[in-house]
Design a protein around this ligand. Structure first.
Ligand code: NAG
Ligand code: NAG
Length: 393
């Protein structure tokens, strides 16, 4: 057998047959060995640079090109002009029954504040305003400059990652001073978070805004009771905002005083100190409702390596695949501006004909006593007086 035959057979996946007798065969074995080693080496290099390989321990780069970090979206742009909208008399919408959603709009009032910055007003924040933002009872865009189109709030803070914590404190102080009586619940989201506001109201319906509690995608480290991921968004009861602003922010033994620090971890630490419960936002099947990544990341098994930080951080046991996410999911993060309109269309317009969903019955309300029993935090004596909870009415 000639060398070129071996090469041909190897390339076609065949094992070359070798007759192992005589000096010619022995010489040939050496050539084969050398060739085999070279081929193995070549394949190893090929696999190292393959875009579809799974993660190595030291490399947490995204696999399928979806964003896992803020800077992945830094060059993403949304549509320049208006994308138009569907009218309520359009085909399916004329037959939609919105009775329960309208009831909850009035009973579970949500003020949304969106963390943005001057360079993202036109790039990202405006697309939040044009999509899910319009479903909040009130929406505020927290920035450091005014923008008439966005109607942003100019907070007295500097921009940049190192000031996120300062901005978060200022934003909640602003809401507390100017808008607290307009909402039961205060949601913080990023300008690349997509929120299904109706599902947020459905989850919050069980609780009272006078209970000291907040919800989001709960992470395990740094804070004893866990803390909520910043990007997936978190929602504080009115009572939680009061405690944060009145007792937490001014007290250096409870809350970090400077501008620096991871906003979500610092908020989690501070809220724990003022006895605000880190709530459980999973649905009745134990599926999550707040997500720190885009749907694909959670839906496709093996999308990220088991060493990816997410698996170490996530508080509750979470599944990959179709079982990952609640049918009443509330939020996804790292959603590009264009993708906001895609989600908008898929969630609010596309309907499989003839499949009619009646709303699930509204759940029983949870009293503060039950809440405190489940959480590890001790109840405070002022809980009873401050809690004119709907659950107790
Ligand atoms: C809409 O839904 C509500 C609550 O489920 C129900 O009471 C009402 O009859 C429905 N309206 C129509 C027109 O079907
Ligand atoms: C609240 O009131 C109930 C009944 O009056 C009492 O049993 C409970 O201990 C009180 N809780 C707190 C935190 O004071």
């Amino acid at each position: 057998m000639k060398f070129s035959d071996v090469k041909y057979k190897l390339m076609n996946g065949e094992v070359p047959t070798l007759r192992s007798h005589g000096p010619a065969a022995r010489k040939f074995n050496v050539v084969t060995l050398f060739f085999g080693v070279a081929l193995g080496f070549f394949l190893a290099i090929l696999m190292e640079f393959s875009p579809n390989r799974s993660f190595s321990k030291s490399d947490y780069a995204p696999m399928h090109g979806d964003p896992h970090f803020g800077h992945d979206l830094s060059n993403a742009f949304g549509p320049e002009g208006d994308v138009g909208f569907h009218e309520i008399h359009d085909d399916t919408h004329a037959y939609e029954n919105t009775t329960v959603a309208r009831q909850l709009y009035n009973e579970v009032k949500i003020l949304c504040w969106v963390m943005t910055s001057p360079k993202n007003h036109k790039k990202k924040a405006i697309h939040v305003k044009k999509t899910w933002g319009k479903r909040c009872n009130k929406i505020l865009f927290m920035s450091s400059t005014k923008d008439p189109e966005l109607d942003s709030v100019a907070l007295p803070v500097s921009e940049g990652r190192n000031n996120l914590w300062a901005k978060t404190k200022e934003a909640f102080k602003y809401v507390y001073q100017h808008h607290l009586d307009e909402a039961d619940w205060i949601l913080k989201a990023d300008d690349d978070t997509y929120v299904v506001v109706e599902n947020l109201r459905f989850m919050l319906y069980q609780y009272s805004p006078s209970q000291p509690i907040y919800f989001g995608c709960k992470f395990k480290p740094y804070v004893k009771q866990g803390y909520m991921s910043g990007g997936a968004g978190y929602v504080l009861s009115r009572q939680a905002v009061i405690r944060f602003v009145e007792e937490g922010i001014p007290d250096k033994s409870k809350c970090r005083q400077d501008a620096d620090g991871a906003e979500d971890v610092e908020l989690g630490r501070c809220l724990e100190k003022v006895n605000v419960i880190a709530g459980d936002s999973r649905d009745s099947n134990g599926r999550g409702r707040f997500f720190p990544f885009v749907p694909e990341h959670h839906l496709i098994p093996g999308h990220v390596d088991k060493n990816f930080w997410y698996w170490k951080y996530i508080y509750y046991d979470s599944k990959e695949g179709m079982d990952c996410c609640s049918d009443n999911a509330i939020s996804f993060h790292y959603v590009s501006p264009n993708q906001m309109y895609v989600l908008e269309y898929l969630i609010y317009h596309l309907r499989p004909y003839g499949l009619i969903t009646n709303p699930q019955p509204l759940p029983k309300r949870i009293s503060l006593v039950e809440l405190v029993k489940d959480a590890s935090l001790p109840a405070r004596t002022d809980d009873n007086t401050s809690d004119k909870s709907k659950a107790d009415e």
